[in-house]
Design a protein around this ligand. Structure first.
Ligand code: ADP
Ligand code: MG
Length: 475
């Protein structure tokens, strides 16, 4: 801007602070007759210049400088003022998609009438931030659930007779693209200085979310970055549906219940407040199912660490296990043949090192106990060991009874006994028997008739069960 240089030396420095706007003003002023600065500021400057005894040439330079300075100052203080006022009259709560509270807010938003009304909405089949499927959260099994949420951008809505505005923003960075779960933020603001409304909103949202989960078991899984992601919630599985020797069941449940109420007992003795169960034995014998039922019975969440998860490292594992109230660590590959970078010492550290969380119950399930390192399952890490075997005839009988609840008492007894008598003891896993019965849904008599030939056809060993070797998280 050549003309700035011409007008004075202090001019350019200040003016450069201003933007096009201030240049615009300066330029139009510069066309005024030099000797007659008009306008209040101009006069003021002229007076000041006179008092200071500065010449006319300098006056113009000074004038420009002051105006430039004033504009830049207004801009600067304006921003400051807006910020200051914002802090005085607006309260804002921010939610980040990496945190669980984000799901609460989305759930709350989904139920808010505004979301049903707004013309700019986004549709989602999941309100978990991971974007993973939320199977089991739907009421109608044939369709995935659908959530209607306000689209990214600014929305105005009412809550408890207060006007709120909500800004939903997506940040698309490259890391997010890799993980497919983009980082999202929601800011909710309202007028006033009191945080009560927003805090109430958060508590409300949390309550809604918890109520929804009350009859469900919520499963969290580790992502590759050391965070827990809520993957799904499923209806609690009643313990009664697990067919294992009754004494075993009551023993385990009362052990876990007692543990949960004896924190003081542990701290009085200086013993780490942790408990570990090892469930080992045949694939398909109900180990995983039992863990889920137990969590449901105790009202705990499940945090699944699948050691065959490739993204897992010592660090993330340590963080995860140190991060939870009750961790059910779930060992799929007994031999650790997974290709992740969890080292054995990292695992031990996660289980009982400094990083290990107090008050958790660790459940390891494995199909090959003999392949586990003895250090992993020594007393103190694992307190209770339970062996799960192939189905006994008694288990086969009970499974049959549970599978066909519509029968009369005598029918049920007679059929189930015949069925069980035809199943060789400890030869088939419960999962196999269940599979057979599934093929005879609602046909108990046919099941009994055909079981002999089914057993015969699997004489040389049961069909290879691959599912449990490398089971998915929900197996
Ligand atoms: N003891 C059992 N009682 C009832 N169902 C069982 C039992 N064992 C296995 N099942 C059924 O077999 C399937 C696989 O069981 P799962 O718990 O995954 O076995 P595991 O973890 O021991 O390999 C599930 O659908 C479960 O309902
Ligand atoms: Mg299992």
């Amino acid at each position: 801007m050549s003309f700035i240089g011409r007008r004075g030396i202090i001019g350019p420095a200040y003016l450069s602070l201003g933007t096009q706007n201030s240049y615009g003003y300066s330029r139009s002023l510069s066309t005024l007759p030099d000797s007659e600065p008009s306008g209040t500021i101009g006069k003021l400057v002229a007076i000041v210049a006179e008092r200071l005894g500065v010449g006319e040439m300098a006056t113009n330079g000074l004038q420009l400088a002051v105006i430039g300075g004033a504009l830049a100052g207004a801009r600067y203080f304006g921003g400051f003022l807006v910020d200051f006022l914002k802090k005085r009259v607006v309260v804002t709560a921010s939610f980040d998609s990496r945190d669980e509270s984000y799901s609460w807010v989305l759930n709350w938003l989904n139920e808010h009438p505004y979301s049903q009304r707004t013309t700019q909405f986004s549709v989602s089949t999941s309100i978990t931030s991971s974007g993973s499927s939320s199977l089991g959260e739907d009421r109608d099994k044939r369709f995935p659930p659908v959530y209607f949420l306000p689209a990214p951008g600014i929305h105005l809505l009412m809550y408890n007779n207060r006007l709120l505005w909500l800004n939903r923003e997506l940040s698309q960075n490259s890391a997010a693209a890799v993980t497919k779960s983009s980082l999202e933020r929601i800011h909710i603001s309202t007028f006033g200085r009191s945080r009560d409304v927003l805090q109430q909103l958060v508590l409300d949202a949390q309550q809604k979310f918890i109520d929804r989960d009350l009859s469900r078991t919520v499963v969290f899984a580790a992502d590759g970055y050391g965070n827990w992601r809520r993957t799904r919630s499923r209806p609690k599985r009643p313990l009664s549906t697990i067919v294992i020797p009754p004494c075993l069941k009551t023993q385990l449940v009362s052990d876990a219940k007692e543990f949960l109420v004896s924190e003081k007992w542990y701290s009085d003795r200086g013993i780490p407040y942790r408990r570990g169960y090892l469930l080992y034995g045949t694939p398909g014998s109900g180990k995983t199912s039992f863990v889920y039922s137990l969590a449901g019975e105790l009202g705990l969440n499940i945090y699944v660490v699948s050691l065959s998860n490739k993204g897992l490292t010592d660090d993330t594992l340590g963080e995860l296990v140190s991060d939870v109230d009750a961790a059910f660590v779930h060992r799929n590959r007994a031999d650790g043949s997974g290709t992740n970078s969890v080292t054995f010492s990292g695992l031990l550290n996660a289980i009982d090192g400094v990083a290990a969380q107090e008050g958790r119950i660790l459940c390891m399930t494995t199909n090959h106990k003999e392949k586990l390192d003895p250090a992993l399952i020594r007393p103190g890490r694992i307190d209770v060991r339970v062996h799960f075997e192939n189905a006994t005839q008694e288990q086969a009988r009970e499974l049959f009874t549970k599978f066909y609840p519509g029968l009369t008492e005598t029918e049920s007894r007679e059929l189930s006994e015949t069925f069980a008598a035809r199943i060789p003891n400890l030869k088939f896993s419960m999962a196999h028997l269940q599979g057979f019965l599934m093929g005879h849904k609602g046909l108990p008599i046919r099941a009994v008739d055909e079981v002999d030939s089914w057993v015969e056809s699997h004489k040389d060993g049961p069909p290879k069960d691959t599912s449990s070797e490398n089971e998915p998280l929900d197996a």
